[in-house]
Design a protein around this ligand. Structure first.
Ligand code: NAD
Ligand code: DAU
Length: 339
């Protein structure tokens, strides 16, 4: 079985590759990644010589390059993590989000149609549903919640989801979609809430909380997301959407205070800053479908997951210091190109 993982040098994709190599020793895993600012080859360096693994530096929008790779590798399964993924960046500059998240998805699915695959899986997000009120804890996103995206990022992901379902209906492409809540864990780029706060806290720098810090996110340890995708790809029903989330809602300010406590720092580092434009209030997933059909349940409790995550950033200082200094950008060239 050959699995093509796009965006595998990013946060969730890299965790997924390590998970799959451990779980399926007979599988061949191909990672296709453009290595944008968010893609870090250092994360995958330990497996670069593993015969079961191949890394290809490529843009999912590069039709000729993508077709060439499909011709060569004939993947059975494609799992598309490749995306521009940061809401704040999408507010600054939406266009690249439309290109990668929508056009790129289309190019990948065209390649799947042309060369044939058994499954195309789109890694989507709960943000396509928009947000929920803070004062209605009884409300959750189900797979039937209408798409109502708020930001350029989530709109581009919603557009891609519509195209995935259109390719299923129009061309019979065997697709599945997962819509997961906020992930946290090792190897997350330090621009997202949890790693940014850990790194700033370790450096005694201000912790910028948007607005009043009351917005709520539903946090899931990244390995639990990887396990959900594995189940969906192997056992999920074609043409279906599966929501993934662990009923772990927390206000941003509580997360930041918890990180301060974990690192033995005072709350004085917390700085309230201007709110994000159009800031979604609350996300909360109803995971009954994936639980009922595939038996998935999250395995890592937040109290344990956040300790493991803080520990990882303490133990892997070079990983994020190289990111902050820009050093990681040249890593791939040094390891693969100029050696
Ligand atoms: P990330 O930003 O850490 O990684 C994205 C990866 O995609 C990077 O390695 C980057 O180099 C690569 N990439 C970007 N543009 C590309 C292109 N044109 N061609 C090839 N590769 C390209 O993102 P992440 O947090 O790991 O998210 C992965 C996927 O999961 C995304 O599709 C995101 O929408 C979705 N998702 C993320 C979360 C979360 O909490 N992080 C939750 C639910 C869903
Ligand atoms: O819900 C899934 C989504 O979760 C994914 O689809 C996205 O790719 C991922 O980036 C994430 O989106 P969010 O916008 O929820 O994540 P972010 O880490 O950017 O922000 C989490 C919350 O913390 C949000 O309410 C904004 C707030 N925040 C964020 C940053 C970076 C702050 O208060 N301060 C910050 O510095």
């Amino acid at each position: 079985m050959t699995v093509l993982v796009t965006g595998g040098a990013g946060f969730i994709g890299s965790n997924f590759i390590f998970f799959m190599l451990g779980r399926y020793p007979g599988y061949r895993i191909i990672c296709l990644d453009k290595l944008t600012y968010a893609g870090n080859f250092t994360t995958l360096e330990s497996i670069k010589d593993d015969p079961a693994f191949r890394f290809v530096k490529l843009d999912i929008c590069d039709r000729e390059g993508v077709y060439g790779l499909f011709e060569e590798e004939k993947p059975d399964i494609v799992v598309n993590f490749a995306a521009e993924s940061h809401v704040d960046r999408s507010i600054e500059d939406p266009e690249i989000f439309l290109r990668t998240n929508i056009i790129g998805t289309t190019v990948l699915m065209d390649a799947c149609r042309k060369y044939g695959i058994t499954r195309y899986h789109q890694v989507s997000t709960d943000e396509v549903y928009g947000d929920l009120p803070l004062d209605r804890p009884d409300m959750f996103f189900t797979e039937d919640t209408p798409l109502h995206a708020s930001s350029p990022y989530s709109s581009s992901k919603a557009g891609a989801d519509l195209l995935v379902m259109a390719y299923h209906r129009t061309y019979g492409l065997p697709v599945t979609i997962s819509r997961c809540s906020n992930n946290y864990g090792p190897c997350q780029f330090p621009e997202k809430l949890i790693p940014l706060m850990i790194v700033n806290c370790m450096n005694n720098r201000p912790l910028p909380v948007y607005g009043e810090g009351k917005n709520v996110r539903d946090w899931l340890y990244v390995e639990d997301h990887c396990k959900a995708i594995d189940l969906i790809v192997h056992k999920g029903r074609v043409g279906e959407v599966y929501n993934v989330g662990g009923h772990n809602e927390m206000a941003n300010i509580d997360i930041v205070k918890l990180i301060c406590r974990e690192l033995g720092k005072s709350d004085e580092l917390i700085t309230y800053v201007a709110d994000r434009k159009g800031h979604d209030l609350r996300y909360a997933i109803d995971p009954s479908k994936i639980h009922g059909e595939l038996g998935w349940l999250p395995e890592t409790a937040f109290a344990d997951g956040i300790k493991k995550t803080v520990r990882w950033y303490l133990d892997n200082r070079t990983w994020w210091e190289d990111i902050l200094s820009g050093e990681y950008r040249e890593r791939y060239d040094r390891v693969y190109v100029h050696r």
